[in-house]
Design a protein around this ligand. Structure first.
Ligand SMILES: Cc1cc2nc3c(=O)[nH]c(=O)nc-3n(C[C@H](O)[C@H](O)[C@H](O)COP(=O)(O)OP(=O)(O)OC[C@H]3O[C@@H](n4cnc5c(N)ncnc54)[C@H](O)[C@@H]3O)c2cc1C
Length: 390
């Protein structure tokens, strides 16, 4: 009998698993509260006007037409695992198997209403663009960009630092082109003593070269007390004056999960095993930013890891339904790969079980990331042939 598979979330993880499960020949329903997949890695160019908001989206309806899954655009409110039902804002949907890929929520810092994040709701990228426009129009100002941690997440996988570095370098390049680089102060702030160390020892050390090259000040190692309209206030009473504060708060568990009583760690991330199956729930899988990452301590939540997990979970779910014994583990596939963009170049960063390195790519790095954005969008919109023998 055909099994009903419901995928929750239309981001990197959800879309990849819906496509994979369709290629195995299963009936799939994808539920998302947005009509589009937001390609976060290239959204860093919205504030500097290298991309429009629309160019950073992939329509879920287009994806549905290509891959043939059912699409429901609605907000999930709660999962009733006992009755195998997902409650949405307008209706409810039953399932035999559930793939959860809802991403993560963000912690709220005191005074966070005075900050903007490039990692929150997609529309926030537009607000940052408008605020940057105001500084450019004025011809001077102070910009502070930073990120924070989640004290309940000792492995620090909830920290998202890469986009902060990319924004700093891109803003610096953009302001230089406008002839304003010496008129606008750019400062990076973070409460950790060694922010960015997760990338590996060598990439971390090299970051100072980038900071000097792009003339970026640093305020690190002191916990943040609160944000004011025009300042970041630190625990030791010191202040960082700022006309535009961009703060990427650390991630925390998704409310739907905490409201559904599914097993989570202290920080609120779903507990899964190496097959991506949710603890104590044989018919529920979870992938992407929403989970507690297992494997090596340096593992990081990234878009391509969300896709690796989608691939592993879809394979395992398919084999489970088809009575095939083989299973894959996502742990052994964990690694960090990052093309860090600076607007006029970039760097390729890699970390795996054996080594870590950073390869500066002046000019080329920027075009490689642009090419990746093009590749990602176009491959998703290509129909994937049915996997032979399925
Ligand atoms: C600015 C930025 C730059 C980044 N750059 C890189 C990079 O260069 N390389 C890299 O590998 N990674 C990068 N990342 C990380 C990467 O984007 C994430 O790891 C990835 O998006 C995680 O995918 P996901 O599907 O788990 O979550 P998301 O992409 O967040 O998708 C979650 C989906 O669930 C939907 N959803 C949420 N709540 C509900 C609900 N209640 N009901 C229904 N639907 C809901 C959302 O609309 C969304 O479609 C970047 C992230 C940001 C923010």
């Amino acid at each position: 009998m055909t099994k009903k598979i419901v995928v929750l979330g239309g981001g990197f993880a959800g879309v990849e698993s819906a496509i994979k499960l369709r290629s195995y020949g299963h009936e799939v329903t994808l539920i998302s509260d947005r009509e589009y997949l937001f390609v976060y890695p290239v959204s860093i160019w919205i504030p500097t006007r290298q991309k429009t908001f629309e160019q950073v989206q992939i329509s879920l309806m287009e994806l549905q037409k290509k891959h043939g899954f059912e699409l429901i655009v609605d907000r999930a409110i709660q999962i009733n695992a006992q009755n195998k039902v997902v409650h949405l804002s307008k209706t409810e949907v039953s399932y035999d198997y559930l793939m959860i890929a809802l991403g993560m929520h963000k912690l709220k810092a005191k005074g966070s209403e005075h900050t903007h994040s490039i990692c929150g709701q997609p529309e926030e990228a537009l607000t940052i663009r408008n605020e940057l426009d105001k500084i450019v129009e004025k011809g001077e100002g102070k910009i502070a960009i930073g990120f924070g941690g989640n004290p309940l997440d000792p492995t620090a996988t909830a920290v998202r630092g890469g986009p902060a570095f990319e924004l700093l370098f891109n803003f610096s390049h953009y302001l230089k082109k406008k002839g304003l680089r010496d008129k606008v102060e750019l400062t990076f702030f973070a409460p950790m003593k060694e922010p960015g160390k997760r990338m590996g020892e060598k990439p971390y050390k090299k970051m100072d070269v980038f900071f000097r090259h792009y003339k970026i000040n640093k305020r690190i190692g002191t916990p943040i007390q609160e944000f004011e309209e025009k300042a970041v206030v630190f625990n030791d009473g010191s202040r960082l004056e700022s006309d535009l504060t961009i703060f990427i708060a650390a991630g925390t568990g998704h409310k739907v999960i905490t409201d559904s009583g599914l097993p989570v760690n202290e920080a609120g991330f779903l507990k899964i095993n190496e097959l991506c199956r949710v603890q104590h729930h044989n018919n529920i899988y979870a992938i992407g930013d929403i989970v507690e990452l297992g494997g090596p301590v340096w593992a990081a939540k990234q878009g391509h890891i969300a896709e690796v997990m989608a691939d592993v979970a879809s394979y395992n779910l398919h084999n489970e339904i088809s009575g095939i014994g083989k299973r894959k583990s996502y742990w052994e596939k964990l690694h960090i790969v990052c093309l860090m963009d600076s607007g006029d170049g970039g760097a390729f960063i890699m970390r795996n079980h054996k080594k870590d390195f950073i390869l500066p790519l002046p000019v080329l790095g920027h075009w490689m990331k642009k090419a990746w954005g093009f590749y990602y969008k176009n491959t998703k919109l290509k129909r994937i042939p049915r996997i032979p023998g399925m």
